[in-house]
Design a protein around this ligand. Sequence first.
Ligand code: PLP
Length: 456
Amino acid sequence: MKYQSTRGKVSQLTFKQAVMMGLASDGGLLLPESIPDVSQCLPEFKNLTYAQLAYEVMSLYITDIEESELKAIINKSYATFSHPDIVPLRTIGDINILELFHGPTLAFKDVALQFLGNVFEHILKESGSRVNILGATSGDTGSAAIAGVRGKDNIDVYIMFPEGKTSPLQELQMTSVLDANVHNIGINGSFDDCQSLLKTIFSDLEFKDSYQLAAVNSVNWARVLAQVVYYFSAYNQLGQPKKFDVCVPTGNFGNVLAGYIAKQMGLPIARLIIATNSNDILARFFRTGIYERGDVNFTHSPAMDIQVASNFERYLFYKLDQNAEKLTEFMKKFSETGRAELRFNSERFDRDFVAASVSNEETIQTVKKYYETFNYLVDPHTAVGISVAEKVIDADVPLVCLSTAHPAKFNDVMAQALPGVEVTHPSLEVLKGRETRKIVMDADIEAIKSLIKETQ
Ligand SMILES: *Cc1c(COP(=O)(O)O)cnc(C)c1O
């Protein structure tokens, strides 16, 4: 399988090259040249373990890592999960909840970043090179990226977060990791400052090349691919129904894009339901075809406080008939004017998707309802998904809602919704009082570059 860019100026990459490149060098996103149809193989997938299923799905897209090596990478990646089913499906009322939070940092990002860390390790060992991973985080991505590469040879990881602005628990999940290859950087500034530092450093191509900078954000194809697998697992755990709906709490569109790939592979997903908080650029797009930037609101589901979803470009590429020129034009118009429109013929323009947004108040009410009615604790991101799922559920089609984090990660919102209810997780409790390490710096490009130079 070869990879190409949505912008048309990069092609013929192998999987390993695509992983190391991250964002395509022409500014686009990398996609496989074709999507294999596995609809005939679904019955054979039925009784596979999660790791076996992951191998069947991923090996279609990874043709440059040997079978035994790829199996070893997959096994190692999911051995760190605390549940034997890796992503167990629970039926709560009318909704099936796919719990994606049993990895080391209790968020669904572990499913992809445990795998990506091991893929990096494999590639670097083989090529004898090393990388410096640089990332910016408002919370979940940073700790999952650190957990994916801590202690690994030939990799250093530098994670920038806004000093004092991530939740104390999320900060602790990062700064309590004392491995020598982990560098936590508290930036005096906002998350936007961290992201703009990241962009500026990556755009200095000379620095990027001489220090082998690599990215772990959700545009990396290996992350999307790892996420495709659990849609198949949900289907198996439901008993392989004729069709099913999936509801996805959405921010950067990485998670739901993986579902869209699974659907194109022949998995019988009827509708992909996009649930957003009040940052509703996607919900507006799927109603109108108009993609228009708004201001970022801060909500109870902070990992979804995103206006411009980086993975959306991959979806657009398919909608624009894989025409790189049209896609480039759309993205150019959007970046220049903050607005672009996709024209469509039918009355509702994309039958594969449904989208809706949820207020903070509804989020809190859903957390309360699921605790009071079912004695089940849902985190605020999952609650956004469930709120939308309840509104659009079709009685004849089973519905799976993805649960993206363990509620104990967001204990402040949980306390607001459920005063007096203890919401904890042992792997967070053990971190309290641990020794921590971080560097606090101003939002200064040169200072960060110096830090990278000095710690080689
Ligand atoms: C990252 C994250 C999301 C958003 O996922 P995308 O792939 O960016 O759409 C939702 N919930 C939680 C808890 C997250 O950490």
